[in-house]
Design a protein around this ligand. Structure first.
Ligand code: 5GP
Length: 192
């Protein structure tokens, strides 16, 4: 499982690291979120209505699911199970509530938290961006502070709950770190 705040660069790192491995599948999640430009049905997500999603929840089709930013996201269990049974590893890119469910249901799952650059750096960038009037600056910084507080709480939890934490300050270095982390996880896997 790969988790981390939005903007941390999870997807980029996975796409950079995964092609170096065989028998490594990336799970395609179901979501009720609208498709963004450039996203493809079945490759990036399986896009569906809320009613369809909730029917699948009722039918127990998801290994985990959660609401994030007003949309529902879930990991189809059949894809993961078939992949594992065929001898693959499966990567899930999911938010924190989903990761908690998978941890409880699949104790063998290994979790990686992708951390954005330091909070101070994020705040510095936000301040730099603010060239508006004082009131606007104040409003934006207050908003940023709320986000940073939430992020800080995530980071503290991550240190405790995740097997690995990778800081994504430099994409190439972080992708290399993810690659060696996957190698290490495979080397330590008693099932191999
Ligand atoms: P986005 O809308 O930006 O693609 O994703 C929003 C968040 O939902 C990201 O943190 C992403 O990792 C998470 N996410 C994507 N698919 C799933 C899923 O199947 N389950 C859960 N719990 N989270 C997901």
């Amino acid at each position: 499982m790969i988790s981390g705040p939005s903007g941390a660069g999870k997807g980029t790192l996975i796409r950079a690291a995964a092609p170096h491995f065989d028998r490594l599948l990336i799970s395609v999640s179901a979501t009720t979120r609208a498709r963004r430009a450039g996203e493809r049905e079945g490759r990036d997500y399986r896009f569906m209505s809320r009613a369809d999603f909730l029917r699948r929840v009722e039918e127990g089709q998801f290994l985990e699911w959660a609401e994030f930013g007003g949309n529902l996201y879930g990991t189809p269990a059949d894809f993961v199970d078939a992949g594992l049974e065929a001898g693959n590893d499966v990567i899930l890119e999911i938010e924190l509530k989903g990761a908690r469910q998978v941890r409880a249901r699949r104790p063998q799952a290994v979790s990686i938290f992708i951390q954005p650059p330091s909070l101070a750096e994020l705040e510095r960038r936000l301040r730099l961006r603010n060239t508006e009037n004082e009131e606007e600056i104040h409003r934006r910084i207050e908003h940023a502070r709320e986000e940073l507080d939430a992020l800080q709480a995530d980071l503290l939890r991550a240190e405790r709950d995740f097997h690995y934490v990778i800081v994504n300050a430099d994409v190439e270095l972080a992708a290399e770190a993810l690659r060696s982390t996957i190698e290490e996880i495979r080397a330590n896997d008693p099932a191999r």
